[in-house]
Design a protein around this ligand. Structure first.
Ligand code: 5GP
Length: 214
């Protein structure tokens, strides 16, 4: 809707969030999804083990490697990747259904998935990278998560470095100094992208009528 009585249909967009773990991406995604009824989470399929507190069908669809490969070979994924030893994939169905209703889809996927979606669908993709405020802060957050041995923490830091090295492939970058502020910034990006002229389907016809052209 652009105001007044005019209702303009919208073409849904694919809103991709990537970051190293520990940068606040999941919290930001949850906040957007809770407050915005026009965007739906793409729930990925994964072969990694379920962590405590995670639910099948809510956080991920947890499947065996055989099942994942069957789905992949059956062409059921829009993109898929091996992320540090586990398979992750985006099921095509939910994305297509959501976009066809004129709603947006939010993706919490890594740089490999972001690249593939960009190549496959191009202009409907908006890619946002979330950076931690500093290396020290990232390390502090990764340590706080669990009382892990030093080598595990260092492995996490190396994974973070690998993900961060792709920051320049994204349309937008938010340095997450403060969650409330970052949430505002993320919503601003989403709102502005929704207003892009080419995403407002039927606008030309409405304006034509508005200015009295035949
Ligand atoms: P985690 O196992 O910690 O939930 O996720 C590990 C990484 O895999 C994160 O960077 C997450 O964004 C990414 N990921 C989750 N689902 C998908 C997916 O469907 N495709 C791709 N390419 N990456 C994913």
């Amino acid at each position: 809707m652009i105001g007044g009585d005019l209702k303009v249909a919208r073409r849904g967009l694919m809103f991709i969030l990537s970051s190293p773990s520990g940068a606040g991406k999941t919290t930001l995604a949850d906040r957007i999804l809770t407050k915005d009824g026009e965007i739906v989470l793409s729930i990925s399929v994964t072969t990694r083990k379920r962590r405590p507190g995670e639910a099948h069908g809510k956080d991920y669809f947890f499947v065996s490697e055989d099942e994942f490969i069957r789905m992949r070979d059956n062409g059921e994924f829009l993109e898929w990747a091996n992320v540090f030893g586990h398979f992750y994939g985006t099921p095509t169905r939910l994305v297509q259904d959501t976009l066809s209703q004129g709603k947006d889809v939010l993706f919490d996927i890594d740089w490999q998935g972001a690249q593939q979606l960009d190549e496959a669908v191009g202009e409907d993709v908006v890619k946002v990278f979330i950076l931690p405020p500093s290396r020290e802060e990232l390390e502090r957050r990764l340590r706080k998560r669990a009382q892990d041995p030093e080598d595990v923490v260092q492995k996490r830091m190396m994974k973070a470095d690998a993900e961060i090295s792709h920051w320049a492939e994204y349309h937008y970058v938010i340095v997450n100094y403060d969650l409330d502020e970052s949430e505002k910034l993320l919503r601003s990006i989403l709102f502005a992208e929704r207003l892009k002229r080419r995403r407002q389907v039927g606008l030309a016809a409405i304006v034509k009528e508005m200015i009295g052209e035949d």
